[in-house]
Design a protein around this ligand. Sequence first.
Ligand SMILES: Nc1ncnc2c1ncn2[C@@H]1O[C@H](COP(=O)(O)OP(=O)(O)OP(=O)(O)O)[C@@H](O)[C@H]1O
Length: 269
Amino acid sequence: MSTATLKKERIEQTPQTEQNIVFNSKSLNLWYGETHALKDINLAIPEKEITAIIGPSGCGKSTYLKTLNRMVDLVPSVKTSGDIEYRNRNILNKDFKVEELRTRVGMVFQKPNPFPKSIYENVAYGPKIHGIRSKKLLDEIVEKSLKDAYIWDEVKDRLKENAYGLSGGQQQRLCIARTLAIEPDVILMDEPTSALDPISTLKVEELVQKLKQDYSIVIVTHNMQQAARISDKTAFFLNGEVVEFNETETLFSNPTDQRTEDYITGRFG
Ligand SMILES: Nc1ncnc2c1ncn2[C@@H]1O[C@H](COP(=O)(O)OP(=O)(O)OP(=O)(O)O)[C@@H](O)[C@H]1O
């Protein structure tokens, strides 16, 4: 056997490098009082990809998202079991500092929720809380974040104006800029375009696709076309369970579970 053949064989036998996982949920269960909202969720969210969460109303999509940054802690009746590993550390462990998680995991909500402050202050707020005082550095962060969120050109001459004066679509991109300003590792998005018009929706979708070069993104959406257009992987939730999790293209073109097929073809939900 020639050296070239041996070398080729060795390359072919070399296992592909495993994809890095940011969040790994293992046997995750969540209850709101008596309501069992998440049931035995096993889901690995890959790094620097867009993972879409789809499913009918009340199936646990938002709950799952809010578990990833422990926002569900705010609901007194919540109980969980199982693990969620964030970069190999269990965030459900009581010793895990939630403040640390919040600096690594940003969130964008359904309704744009800028602070009642200037455009500049909305973006500078997070870095200031994290102790950045230098005006020059803050200026740089604000400019970079607004540029990365594709809104700089629209606001650069009105940074001192109140953010409430922006359109809904602009406010949502400002909220994304606010999230980017703290340089998160992961961005969670809960139906970020559902309150926006089609043009703003397209802008946010383009932005999300660009952001995956640098960030890992988990997006909850009711819009299946959106999931199909922008995500790499899709998880279909139903009644608190993950029915199917696969490459988006496969899930939409060749689902393995009848319930997924029924949902994506509009038979329910
Ligand atoms: N704060 C809460 N207290 C009690 N029950 C809750 C709470 N939040 C959600 N639930 C319940 O948990 C289940 C999952 O709700 P969740 O909001 O996660 O679903 P969803 O898939 O995001 O729905 P939608 O698409 O309508 O936003 C539902 O039965 C809901 O009623």
